[in-house]
Design a protein around this ligand. Structure first.
Ligand SMILES: [Zn+2]
Ligand SMILES: [Zn+2]
Length: 372
């Protein structure tokens, strides 16, 4: 039995989203039907909307959903109707990479997250009778109801603030995961964050949680730098400041322990690498263009410097999202300062505000009111 639901259908590259009725499959093996309360919008959604994913349209995007389980398919363990869940990225939990505790690099990660289909190639949604690309990150959360998988759903307390928690599934997890899971930053260490949007600001908040001695924030936007300071940055720099690299090196007497690139630009990655001290680590989180190249001085690498790319901040959502929920409840991860809510019908306004940098993390409300 399929269910008629409302979804934001994208008919072609860069078209506006159109709210239309689609048919959603009944949950299959391992799947959960989730009534979506809210979904964040992440930069990856915008990249896919712009055609970077090279997948066929029409499509339903969205991968930061949160809601309440309505029904479960066969073989589902640990979830039942009425459970509140935050949805994250899909991993198979069975391949060698998953078994080694790195689900972000799951061998089925591409099929399960980026193909716009289930890992087996089928589509959970139909529009005007035809299957359409859906199941983005095993959710396609720009819809009132979705099929998630038990492997990418994380249970949270009933009555939890789902509208706030939704973006934990990707953007906030990515920034905070880089600092706490990948770098494992220790008290007294120093971090530089290049690009303080949702991902970079999550890194700043996480670095404060970890007890960083200095947190340098770099961005083109003075207002964002002000917010970074409020959230824990100790030093802020405009990205076009001349001598930026030299100033950071001077202030740190040789560089930071960790630098994070959250923009996806070769020039910025080079800056981040250059301010990293010998034996330090420079991490890449930003999504670059498909053909982007960077050039790095080989001698700097010889001095023990590491350059590493990361997906989802190397975090395992099953462990890490509950940790972020606790930090938020303690007031140490104040994501409400980054979010702005929009009714689902205003999805195109939300996208516009994100692109024009007036909203850092837009969150769409599909269903309001108490969880049922
Ligand atoms: Zn796997
Ligand atoms: Zn994302």
């Amino acid at each position: 039995m399929t269910l008629p639901v409302r979804a934001a259908v994208l008919r072609e590259v860069n078209a506006p989203f159109a709210l239309e009725e689609v048919e959603l499959d009944a949950p299959r093996q391992g799947e959960l039907r989730v009534r979506v309360h809210a979904s964040g919008i992440c930069h990856t959604d915008l990249s896919y909307r712009a055609g970077q994913g090279r997948f066929a349209f029409p499509a339903v995007l969205g991968h930061e959903g949160a809601g309440v389980v309505e029904s479960v398919g066969e073989g589902v363990a640990g979830f039942e109707p009425g459970d509140a869940v935050v949805l994250s990225y899909y991993s198979c939990r069975a391949c060698g990479t998953c078994a080694r505790g790195q689900p972000a690099y799951c061998e089925q990660g591409y099929a399960g997250n980026f193909s716009g289909a289930r890992p087996d190639g089928t589509y959970p949604m139909r529009w005007r009778g035809e299957p359409i690309r859906s199941g983005f990150f095993h959710q396609s959360s720009f819809a009132t109801h979705v099929l998630a998988h038990q492997h990418n759903a994380v249970k949270v307390a009933k009555g939890a603030p789902l509208e706030l928690l939704a973006p934990l599934g990707c953007g906030f997890q990515t920034g905070a995961g880089a600092v706490l899971e990948s770098f494992r930053l220790q008290p007294g260490q120093r971090l530089a964050v290049f690009g303080v949007g949702a991902v970079g600001l999550a890194a700043v908040m996480a670095a404060r949680v970890a007890g960083a001695a200095s947190i340098f924030a770099v961005d083109l936007d003075a207002r964002r730098l002000e917010l970074a300071r409020e959230l824990g940055a100790t030093d802020t720099f405009l990205a076009d400041e001349p001598e930026l690299t030299r100033t950071v090196l001077k202030k740190t007497r040789g560089g930071v322990d960790f630098a994070l690139e959250c923009v996806g630009s070769p020039k910025v990655l080079r800056q981040a690498f250059d301010v990293t001290r010998p034996l330090g680590t420079c991490g890449l989180l930003g999504l670059p263009g498909a053909d982007a190249q960077v050039s790095i001085p080989m001698t700097a690498l010889l001095f023990g410097k590491r350059l590493v790319g990361m997906l989802e901040g190397d975090a395992d959502p099953k462990r890490f999202i509950p940790r972020l929920v606790s930090l938020h409840a303690e007031g140490r991860f104040p994501i409400e300062k980054l979010s702005r809510s929009y009714d689902f019908e205003a999805i195109n306004d939300a996208v516009h505000d994100m692109e024009s940098r007036t909203a850092i993390k837009p969150v769409l409300r599909m269903h309001t009111g108490a969880a049922r």
